[in-house]
Structures are given as C-alpha cells and as structure tokens.
Design a protein around this ligand. Sequence first.
Ligand code: HEC
Ligand SMILES: [Cu+2]
Length: 339
Amino acid sequence: MHFWSKVSRSAIYVGMLLLSNIPLLYAQSQSAIEPASAQARGISYIWWSMFWVAVAVFIAVMLILAWGLWRGKADKPTHLSYLASRNLVIVAGVAVPLITVICLVGGSLFLGRTLSEKPPADALEIRITGWMWWWQIEYLDENSNTIATTANELHVPVNKPIQLYLESGDVIHSFWVPQLHGKTDLIPGRTNSSWFEVDVSGTFRGQCAEFCGLQHALMGFLVVSEPQAEFDAWLANQQTPSSAPSTSETTAGQRVFFEAGCQHCHTIKGTDATGTAGPDLTHLASRQSIASVTRQNSRAHLGGWVADPNGIKPGAKMPMSQLEPEELSNLLDYLQSLN
Ligand code: HEC
Ligand SMILES: [Cu+2]
C-alpha cells in the first residue's frame, strides 16, 4: 500500500476509535504521577527519582560513547591507559551502578515500610468486595457492622484516613486508584488492607488491576472525595431504606421489578428484594455510572442495560429481560426514583 494511503487509513481508524464507544467517564485521569494523597505522592516521588536517575544514566552513557567515538582508537595501548580503562570499568561499570541500584531499592523499601504502617485510629472503615465484574462497597461502624452498601462509587471525606478491607467474592482482583495509592490484591478467603487519605476534593477513577476474566477491563470504579459535611449527608442518605413508590408508574415499575425476578440478585432496602449476586440498588439513582463505570447513569443507558446487559458488557452475570415497552418504561421510572 502507498505510504500516504496507509497514513490516512490509520488516521481514520484512530478517529473512529476515539469517536465511537469511549464512554465519557473514561476521560477521568488515571495517572500515578498526578497524586492526590500522601501515599500516592510517595509513590510518585519514587517514580520521578527512577525517571531522573535513568535520564542521568542515559546521558552519561551517551557522552562516554560519543567521547569514545570521537577519540578513536589509541595508537598503541600503554600500561597506563590499560590501568585507566580498568579503573573506569570498576568505577563506572560496577561501583556507580551498584550504588545507584542500592539507593533506588533502599528508597522503595523505605517507602514500602511507610505505606504499610497502620492508619490512625480514627480512620473510616470500609469493606470492598470484588466480584466479576463490579465492586461492592460497605461502610462499617466501629463494631464492623455494615451500615450502608453501595457499588462502584466509593465516597470518602477529604483529609480523613480511610481504612479499606479488601475481599473477593470469586477470583483474585486488584484494587487500584493510581492517584491515591498503589495496587492491593483482593484474594478469595482472606482480607487484605490498605489505607489512604485524600488531600483534595475530586473524582478519581480506579480499575481492577489483576486479570479476572472476560470483563476485567470494564471493572472500573470511581472514588469521590468531598468535604466532611457533604460526605455525612451522602452517607446518611445511603443508610436510609428506599422510599415507597409514589406515582402510578413507579408503583407499576416496582411490580415489574419483582415479576421479572430482579430481586433474586439485587437488594433494595425497604422492600422484599434481598438478592446479593448483583449490586445493591437501594440508591441506584444517586450513582454517576452503571455497570462499573461502563456507562453513565442515564435513563437511556439504564434501559439498554436492563434489556441486554451482555450487549454492553459481554459476559456480564446478569440475564437479559424481555419486557413490554411500557413495562420497561415503568421499571426505569422506578429505578430512577431510587435516589
Ligand atoms: C442473575 C442475577 C441478576 C438478575 C436476575 C438481575 N441482575 Fe442486575 N445485575 C447483576 C449483576 C451481576 C450486575 C453487575 C454487572 C456488572 O457490572 O458486571 C447487575 C447490574 C445491574 C445494574 C447496574 C447497577 C450498577 O450500579 O452498576 C442494574 C441497574 C440492574 N442490574 C438492574 C436489574 C434489573 C432491573 C433486573 C431485573 C429485570 C436485574 N438487574 C436482574 C445480576 C442480576
Ligand atoms: Cu477484577
């Protein structure tokens, strides 16, 4: 193929990729070098020191190479030049790299120790359970009882230590919010822990970082850090049961929910729906996204999801449902009233 037609064809592919299916929520930054917590800042220091050391080594090697090329071959090696090059090898080839590596390893070990220190006693405790392919989030009281359950959207107060207990319901997952901390695995049968404290209000995207099956790549989540008062209001709302349907549409929609069998997998507190195979829907409408940050939480996406989850997330462990248009519409009214 001609060079320019190759270029234009690639440009078209890239353009199509950009315009097509990239959900808006992917736009959130996921960068370990834009830290928003002390923990991530430590990690980014190590990252930058390694980067600058690598840059310095690269420049030094290039300079030595250039110098060697420029100098050319010595006419006749003397005893003295042999000694000089031997010392160069010992110093630049052994001593300097050894010291550099020891410093970098020492730095990361030291950081690792700091990061694994216990959090302050007043930390907010949250249990996160990884499921194929979504995140269950439970807020705990001081006796480790669950006081509120949500999914895929972790709210935390800013400037408050957050203690996470990480568990898995099926296979190994890994909890990773690059702007807040390094990865921690969620391993079946054990509880791992991690803690961080966010310095700024904002929304940070996280991602499962351990391959866990078909939809591993679409196992995202959001961390929303907000001022304490806003967080308190949010948590208070999450703790309340859902309010009873108040219109004829939402009443009919709730009936559809039970007739379609949704309650076998979903909990809606305040109703008879107590399933646990899928996300708690008690306050579904308060979340920004559905299906682990795969789609924004809008009526259209909800409708698409309920009708055919596998069309949005192939392999998703929720069956499709065949509903009459009016039933679907009522069901969506009901789901959207769960705020
Ligand atoms: C067999 C179990 C099962 C049944 C039955 C089921 N779901 Fe689900 N549902 C799931 C699972 C699992 C997920 C999470 C999928 C994912 O993100 O990978 C989910 C996700 C959802 C979500 C997105 C929630 C969020 O916060 O991301 C909604 C909304 C939902 N289901 C509604 C329904 C409705 C309405 C019905 C009944 C028509 C229903 N589900 C039936 C298992 C089920
Ligand atoms: Cu996973």
